[in-house]
Design a protein around this ligand. Structure first.
Ligand code: C5P
Length: 327
């Protein structure tokens, strides 16, 4: 059983990113290429503990990356940072905002400036993660750029510093820079591995279906509408952590919790209907992912997941995925 008090105490308050003298003005060769997969995430629990003076919400969440990924190809260049995007079916290219506001581009520019890199980066992203779907797609791309450029530009920064860079970009980025099953706290910037440095041997992960009704639930609006009310049972964190440890999917289904879900289901009936369809198709437990609009449902195993997928048919965008290794 994870000691959650200890776990909470271990959540590291990230230091502001220091700029190490030896890497200022880093010389970089143009033409080097790195390819990597940036995983989407789901929040298996998401407790909203209250509003903070800075306007954000204090939260506590167990986050796991899943095998739905965007593919990033990073090339160092002597030109300015630029980005191109291709998409898989189901990803709406029109939902991608301007290049200058794109988190992946902002991540590259932040690192370029902070470490005075004498090069740019050409970023190509092949997107499979639905945009604005509560799956952390934009954050995953930014986390991938941070990890990739650290290697491409041979910076060799410690993970805490990479996570702190991520925290400057968005609340979900540090968890995805960390990778694996994590406990996320604060506004999202306080991240620790759920099982420390010793991943449980019994932890095989879960199969799940992710479905997206194609509507946008803007995160600021969803948080603004949050009204508190019912709080999660105190045991929720402990129960979810121990079900991940033992790969007990029924116990995980019972421990699913998202404090944003009631407000989202009320404001976006399509999302509530999508959740109902996952239930009807046989998922063991169904939950809103992050601030929506995607929902996910747990399956007993891969075969059960395929059975559910067939029942859902082709009318609803969905994908069968597996959680990534815990660390
Ligand atoms: O940090 P990020 O840019 O991803 O957050 C998007 C928006 O979601 C914030 O502007 C805020 O309105 C809301 N948010 C929040 N509390 C958090 C995380 C996000 O209120 N912990």
């Amino acid at each position: 059983m994870p000691n959650l008090e200890l776990l909470a105490a271990c959540v590291s308050r990230l230091k502001p990113p220091g700029v190490s003298g030896k890497i200022r003005g880093q010389m970089v060769r143009a033409g080097s290429v790195i390819k990597l997969e940036a995983s989407a995430k789901i929040n298996l629990t998401l407790e909203i503990l209250g509003k903070r003076p800075d306007g954000y919400h204090e939260l506590r969440s167990i986050v796991m990356p899943v095998s739905l990924t965007d593919t990033l190809t990073l090339t160092s260049t002597y030109a300015q940072t630029a980005m191109t995007i291709t998409v898989s079916p189901g990803v709406d290219l029109t939902k991608i905002g301007s290049v200058d506001r794109n988190l992946a581009v902002r991540a590259a520019r932040l690192m370029q400036e902070r470490y005075r890199i004498n090069a740019g980066a050409r970023i190509h992203i092949h997107k499979r993660i639905p945009i604005g779907g509560g799956l952390g797609g934009g954050s995953a791309d930014a986390a991938g750029v941070i990890r990739g450029l650290d290697r491409l530009w041979e910076l060799g920064l410690p993970r805490d510093e990479l996570m702190a860079l991520g925290a400057e970009l968005g609340s979900d980025v540090p968890a995805l820079v960390h990778g694996g099953a994590v406990l996320m706290a604060g506004r999202g910037e306080l991240v620790s591995g759920l099982f420390g440095d010793a991943p449980p041997e019994t932890c095989a992960g879960f199969w799940l279906l992710i479905a997206n009704p194609g509507v946008m639930c803007p995160t600021p609006d969803v948080f603004k509408k949050w009204r508190g009310g019912l709080t999660a049972p105190p045991s929720i964190l402990h129960n979810m952590a121990s079900s991940i440890r033992t790969s007990d999917v029924s116990a995980a289904a019972d421990a699913l919790y998202n404090g944003l879900q009631p407000g989202v289901f009320e404001s976006y009936p399509d999302v509530a209907q999508t959740a109902a369809r996952l239930h009807e198709a046989g998922c063991l437990g169904v939950l809103l992912s992050g601030s929506g609009a995607s929902v996910f449902g747990l399956a007993r195993d891969e075969a059960h997941g395929q059975e559910i997928s067939q029942k859902l048919g082709s009318g609803l965008w969905h994908v069968l995925v597996h959680t990534c290794p815990v660390v």
